[in-house]
Design a protein around this ligand. Structure first.
Ligand code: TRP
Length: 329
């Protein structure tokens, strides 16, 4: 059986972009692959060093999101990163195989640095997080990493590290491949190209019906489409991107698009449909989430057991790595 490893930073609850980019694939593949899902709290500290309580709180929130969307702890292993300190040791060894210049070229890190306004004052831990992510991926010997499009540069850097390691020290690490979802990048409600929890343009899996309705009604559409009878533009219109991703009735969506393009279909009518479509998707997730939230001891147990199972795998990989490096023990 091949192995999947993927994960999320617990800096807030998960949103529709996470679902479309990666969660849906994890749920779909968890029975065909040995699946590990990492709650990357150590990585979350690389840009939230001043908010450890927030990271801690969100470990549980993210775990609830996972279980609510259908990640099944009977088949998939949910691992809390800080419970596997061996990952930090692997990171130290991999740092020798990467140059500072190469890290500076990672487009995702560059974009995030800009977003966070880091400039030259970027925390070193944040700058090197792609290396710790390479440690995560290789420690679990992942063959496949289901991720959103924004994480592709991380997989690319991981592959480089793996090749370099294996060439220098002998075949030790497994080379991973990214698996990008069909609707890899869901735009934000504001029409920005990416939905992000820190961008204020996300619909969260745990949002109530009221909140979802308000967010959808306030969504960016075609700015030229000021009256229902005017023709509108569908491309780059996030309301239609969401329908494409979440409306199971593709024929109905195609018809709506045609009417919107021709003129005669108002934004409000499309948004009303989107609210219903999202509600049909989110209602069962919300119900399951609130049931699970009533039993935090059960969730803690899933995390404890998953972390112990994950740690055992990582220890084996670390043993191989230490042997390859001629280190003690
Ligand atoms: N960087 C990912 C994010 O921001 C989280 C992550 C940590 C991850 N380790 C990983 C993703 C390993 C895939 C594989 O969401």
């Amino acid at each position: 059986m091949k192995t999947i490893l993927t994960g999320d930073r617990p800096t807030g609850p998960l949103h529709l972009g996470h679902y479309v980019g990666s969660l849906a694939n994890r749920v779909e593949l968890q029975r065909e692959y040995a699946t590990y899902v990492l709650i990357a709290d150590v990585q979350a500290l690389t840009d939230h060093a001043d908010e450890p309580e927030r990271v801690r709180r969100n470990v549980l929130e993210v775990a609830l999101d996972y279980l609510a969307v259908g990640i099944d702890p009977a088949v998939a292993t949910v691992v809390v990163q800080s419970g596997v300190p061996e990952l930090a040791e692997l990171t130290i060894y991999y740092l020798n195989l990467v140059t500072v210049a190469r890290l500076g070229r990672n487009p995702t890190v560059k974009e995030e640095m800009q977003q966070k306004g880091f400039g030259a004052e970027v925390p070193a831990g944040f700058f090197v997080y792609p290396v710790s992510q390479a440690a995560d991926i290789t420690a679990f010997r992942a063959d496949v990493v289901p991720v959103g499009e924004d994480q592709l540069p991380m997989i690319e850097q991981t592959v480089e590290i793996v090749r370099r390691f294996n060439r220098l020290y002998g075949a030790t690490l497994v080379e991973p491949a990214a698996l990008v979802a069909k609707h890899a990048r869901l735009p934000g409600t504001d029409g920005q190209s990416k939905m992000g929890k820190s961008l204020g343009n996300a619909i969260f899996l745990s949002d109530s019906r009221d909140v979802v309705s308000k967010k959808v009604m306030g969504m960016y559409t075609d700015p030229q489409h000021v009256r229902a009878d005017l023709p509108g533009i569908v491309e780059g219109n996030p309301v239609f991107s969401y329908l494409d991703a979440f409306d199971p009735d593709a024929a109905a969506v195609a018809e709506l698009k045609a009417r919107y393009r021709a003129g005669g279909l108002g934004d409000v009518a499309v948004k009303r449909r989107l609210i219903e479509v999202l509600e049909a998707f989110l209602a069962p997730i919300r119900t399951r989430r609130s049931e699970l939230a009533r039993d935090p001891a059960m969730v803690e147990r899933v995390l404890r057991e998953g972390t112990a199972r994950g740690r055992a795998v990582v220890r084996e990989t670390l043993g191989d790595v230490r042997r390859a490096l001629h280190l003690e023990g």
